[in-house]
Structure formats: C-alpha cells, structure tokens
Design a protein. Structure first.
Length: 649
C-alpha cells in the first residue's frame, strides 16, 4: 500500500494538533487571572437569566473594551457561563479549540504562500527556494507558532479569546482573499466573490471580536505586493486590484486617521497613563525587540503575565538603549524592503510582524507591554526565521539546518508545557510571577491576595507573609493603590489596627501620580466594603476620594465613586444626586450613567426628573440592550405616580 505525500502531511498535521493539546492540557485546570475578573467573573452583565434575544444582547455587549464592545467573544463567554457556570476549565478548553483551529489555518495560509513563492522563483529561473516542501515548511511554522511560549496567554488567559477569535476570522478572511486573488491571477472565474467575501466577512467578524482586525487589509496589501505585484501593468487585473485596495484600504485609512489623529494630538499626555505619546513611542522601540527575542529564543524568566514594571523611555537616550533600539528597528524594516525580491519569505515575515504593531505599539492609549499582542504577528517572525535557515541557496548542512528548525519546535513545546504547568494552579502561578517580577506591583499584589485566601487565620504565617508582600509592593517605584487597599481592607476585616501611613501613602499617590482604572477599582473595594460586612474608617477614606477628585475633577469614574460613597456610606443624598447629574454631563452617551441617575431620582421621589432621564435612556437604547432596564424603570415610575396620587387623595 502506497502512502501519498498528502496522507503524510495530514498525519503530521494531526500529530501537531495532538502535541499542542498535550502541551496545553495541564494549564486548563488553572483559574482566572487579572482582567478575567473585571471583564467576566465580576461582570454582572455576563450573568444571563435566559437565552432570550434581550439577554443575549446583554451578554454580547457586556464589555466596555473598545468602541465596538467585542460582542462575539463576550456573547460566547456569557452563554458558556449560563450553561456551565464559572468553570474556567471549560472556558480555557474553548480557547484551546480556537487556538488549534488557528494553527490549522496558519498551516493552510503559509503553505499557499510558499507554493506561490516557489512558482515565482521558478518563473524567474531560480531554484524552488527552500530545502523542504511547502507543506513541511508550513507544518513547521504552524507547529512552532502554536507551541511558542509567547502565545500561551492567548489560550490560558480566558478573556484573551478576544485576541484569538479576531485572529481566527482574520486568517479565514485572508484565506478567502488568497483563493480569489489566485483565481484572478490566472483569469479563472469567481475571483471577485472570494476576494470581497473573504475580506468583508473576515474583517467584520474580526472587528466584532477585537478592533485589531482592522489591520486585515494591511496584511492583504503586504501579500499582494510581494506575491502578486498588483497585476500586470495596464491589465484589467491591475485595475481591479487597485480599485479593491482603494475602497478597502485607502479610504478607510483616511477616515481612520481623521478620527485618531485629533484624539491623539488633543491628548498627548494619555489619560490614565504615567507616560505620554512620545514616551510611549520611544519605549515601544525597546519593547519590540523584547517581543522578537521572546518569540525566537524564549526565556522562561522573562515571559510573564505582568510587565507593568517595564521601564519607560523618557527620551531617546533615557535609557541609552532607546535610540539604538529604534534605529535598529528602522534598519530591519529597510532590510526587509531591500530583500523583497530576493528573499520574499523573509521580507514577508519581518513586515508581517510589524503590521499589527503599527496599531498596538504606536500612538494609541494602551499599556506598554502585553505578550498577546504578538499572537498573529509572531507568525511572521517564525516565517522569516525558518525561511532564512532553510533557504536552498545556502550550501551544505541541509540536515543540520532542518534539525535546528525541528529542535526549535520541540524546545517551544517543552517550554510551553512547563509554563502551562505553572498556570495549572493559581497559587503556583502567583508565586512564580511574583518571584520573577519582584518590581511588578501587580505580581506582588496577586501573590499577597493568594496568600490571604489561603490563610486560615490572622495568626497564620501565610497572612503575615501576605501583609509583608503588600507592604513592600506599596514601596515600589511604579506601585498602584492595590497594595494599600489590600492592607487596609484586610486589617479592617480582621479588627487589626490600620497604619496611618497607609492612608498618607494613598493620599500622596492620588495627588501626585496618574490614577488608573486599576486604582479606581481599588478605591471601589474600600467604598463597597460595608456590603461585605467590613467597616472602613469613613474620614480617611473621604480624604482620599476628595484628593483624587481634586486632582481629576472631570474623571467620571471618580465622580461616580464619590457619589457611591456619599449615598451608601455617608447618607448624603443631595450631594450624591449633584454628582450623578454631573456624571451624565461628563458622559452623556453612557447608559450606565443614566441608569445610576434614574435609580436615585426614583428613590428620592423626583418622578418628573426621573421620567426625563428614562426618556434619555430610551434614546441610548441601542439594539434593545436597555429594554429590561427601561421596562423596569417605567414600571417603578408608574407605581410611584399611582402611590403619589393615592396619597394626595
């Protein structure tokens, strides 16, 4: 019985899928981490009462992330929560399935690209280009990418389903476009539906998963330039391609820049950040080299969930490595363009990596470092690396070069298996993250929180250790309010004395540092402590809130927080009402702000004002998301009108 090459590749792909599953399997037993909590675990909007249309819409738009709210992954997570509860294992398993699908699509795309590359090489009178077949090369890239340790957070970090789903739709869209473009190059029928259908469907579904899918047309443009050359000059093929990119890329890019540039130029300081636009750009020059090294030669001591202690570049020579890093990036990009006709695959890989970072590593108001930002871009790094090593024009050592590539794939799998085991237990993960990242306030806070959770009493060594960890974390240069919040909350909960220096530290922080969303959440924990039976001293907490509002008078999250404090802790209805009215002025398009105000107006018997606020909420009722709230408020309003009339009679 003869075994075909196709069967061998199919078996290799199946083996790769099984290997990926085996490597990631230990990590499925781990818990939720970091942004999983505000986005999913503690997000009541992901709690569905049924699977009606209004409930599904509630789940789909449960996130405040991004302008489009990322409804596809949020809908999936909300439905999973409804069906199976908050079992992280099942949600991580779904993430793994998405990752496996992405690996298959990476294989199909890379194989199609290499086959086209070989056609071009042969037509130009050269050799095939690589010392392995297109299928084997694609299998090596897909396996290495799926097993690369840097991509683990795209799988075991539940909320990063946003990233992996956006990638899935982008890959599908690219494959559809490639099929159509290949037909167009050969004059075959059916090219236009494939090209447009692939990009539009993949782009729309990708954007509804995460806004990074906006870069899909740029990836397509890169492949068009390198492997199709925009068609023959003067041909109908070229005219069609030019119109395609004019409509798909140029016009949307102009509209996008017209929207982004005023926002960036109007706020160079970047709200909620301790750095401005220029400092972010300088810093990203160094960050990108870290990303590249983490893909090619991953260091378990550097890969982490937390990179909040990454030093900011305050200028081109602060630190001195900043300018050389930026110049080296420029040189790398220049080299890619220079070799674009002689080493197309290497050029593709280099530029592919930079495409996504045009979005996430430039001027947008984002944190500096996250590994999952390389989820799709790392494909390019591996394509460039493997294409350079396996180039057929390099004489000799063919077996050795093949072995090096295979060894890298195995190494990636081994390191990811070790990392997945770290992620298999929340306590273990917190310990490893904290010991590797001694300067990370987030990592130290999470270790303290885990130790507190494991403490049977305040006399236990783990409780004392947790307090010590938080005390040290509060003294870190890039600390946040979290360590002080943890210290105060746990001491109040257990009837222990609260060190006055903790309140002073918090006051100095909100007065002098940038108050982030994470800091606001820490303050919320103290304000709402009473609901959990924990009595937080009122006066020093009021002092902190007043200092924060004095520093950020127009920060709507702080306005709402102070209103919450006045209403639920102090009992000052009038001042709380004033602040909630201010919140809808600061954020007039936020349904949440109007819901807060409506509930207070109804509770205070100000029915006419409540009616006006409900009418405004109805205007903001997009896709019926506010139907339940509006109906509830209308019913309460009617009942109160009746009660008022009965009282008058």
């Amino acid at each position: 019985m003869t075994i075909s090459n196709q069967q061998v590749i199919g078996a290799g792909l199946l083996l790769t899928v099984l290997m990926i599953t085996f490597v990631y399997w230990p990590g499925l037993s781990g818990g939720y981490v970091f942004d999983d909590f505000p986005n999913l675990v503690d997000n009541n909007r992901t709690v569905l009462n049924d699977l009606s249309l209004s409930s599904l819409l509630q789940g789909a738009f449960a996130s405040d992330s991004g302008p489009l709210k990322r409804p596809i992954p949020m809908l999936m997570l909300s439905v999973e929560r409804y069906l199976f509860g908050l079992d992280p294992r099942l949600m991580k398993l779904t993430n793994l399935v998405v990752h496996l699908l992405n690996a298959v699509f990476v294989f199909l795309l890379v194989r199609a690209i290499v086959r086209r590359h070989e056609e071009i090489m042969v037509s130009e009178g050269g050799a095939a280009g690589l010392v392995v077949s297109p299928s084997v090369f694609a299998l090596l890239v897909a396996g290495a990418w799926a097993l690369a340790p840097i991509n683990l957070t795209g799988v075991l970090y539940v909320i990063q389903r946003m990233e992996s789903l956006a990638t899935l739709f982008m890959l599908l869209g690219t494959l559809g476009w490639w099929q159509g473009r290949f037909r167009l190059a050969r004059g075959a029928p059916g090219s236009v539906p494939w090209m447009w259908g692939g990009i539009i469907s993949g782009g729309v579904l990708g954007l509804l998963s995460k806004e990074s899918a906006v870069m899909l047309p740029v990836y397509v443009l890169l492949m068009e330039w390198l492997f199709f050359g925009f068609g023959r000059p003067g041909s109908s093929e070229r005219r069609m391609v030019m119109w395609f990119f004019l409509i798909l890329l140029v016009l949307p890019a102009m509209l996008g820049l017209a929207w982004v540039i005023p926002k960036v130029m109007g706020n160079l300081s970047l709200s909620n950040r301790s750095f401005n636009v220029y400092e972010r750009l300088w810093t990203e020059g160094r960050v990108l080299w870290h990303y590249i090294s983490w893909v090619i030669l991953p260091n378990p001591g550097s890969l982490s969930l937390y990179h909040d202690a990454f030093p900011v570049s305050r200028g081109p020579l602060t630190p001195w490595t900043t300018l050389p890093a930026v110049l080296a990036l420029a040189l790398l990009i220049a080299v890619a363009f220079r070799i674009s006709t002689r080493m197309r695959l290497v050029a593709l890989g280099i530029l592919w990596f930079f495409v996504m970072h045009l979005l996430v590593s430039t001027v947008l108001n984002l944190e500096l470092v996250y590994e999952h930002r390389n989820y799709l871009g790392s494909v390019g790094v591996l394509v460039a690396l493997f294409a350079a090593v396996l180039d057929s024009r390099i004489r000799g050592a063919v077996a050795l070069r093949r072995s090096v590539v295979v060894a890298l794939v195995v190494l990636y799998g081994f390191l990811t298996f070790l990392r997945a085991n770290e992620w298999s237990d929340p306590y273990q993960l917190a310990y490893f993250e904290a010991t590797r990242n001694v300067d990370s306030p987030r990592a130290q806070y999470e270790l303290g929180a885990i130790l507190v959770e494991a403490s049977p009493s305040v006399d236990s060594p783990s409780f004392s250790m947790a307090m010590g960890v938080w005390d040290k974390a509060a003294a870190l240069p890039e600390t946040s309010l979290l360590p002080w919040q943890g210290l105060i909350y746990e001491h109040a909960r257990n009837g222990l004395p609260i060190d006055p220096s903790w309140w002073v530290g918090m006051k100095n922080y909100v007065s002098e540092k940038t108050v982030t969303a994470q800091d606001v959440n820490a303050l919320y924990s103290l304000v709402n402590a009473g609901a959990n039976g924990v009595s937080i001293p009122r006066e020093p907490l009021a002092m902190i809130l007043d200092a924060a509002l004095a520093a950020y008078p127009n920060k709507v999250a702080l306005v709402i927080l102070k209103a919450n404090f006045l209403l639920n802790v102090v009992g000052d209805y009038a001042e709380a009402e004033h602040l909630l009215e201010r919140s809808v002025t600061l954020s007039p398009s936020s349904p949440m702000m109007w819901r807060n105000l409506i509930e207070l107006k109804l509770a205070g018997g100000k029915l006419l004002e409540a009616e006006h606020a409900i009418a405004r909420l109805e205007q903001l009722n997009r896709f019926g998301q506010q139907d339940k709230a509006v109906n509830k408020y209308r019913k309460l309003l009617a009942e109160k009108w009746i009660m008022n009339q009965s009282g008058e009679n």
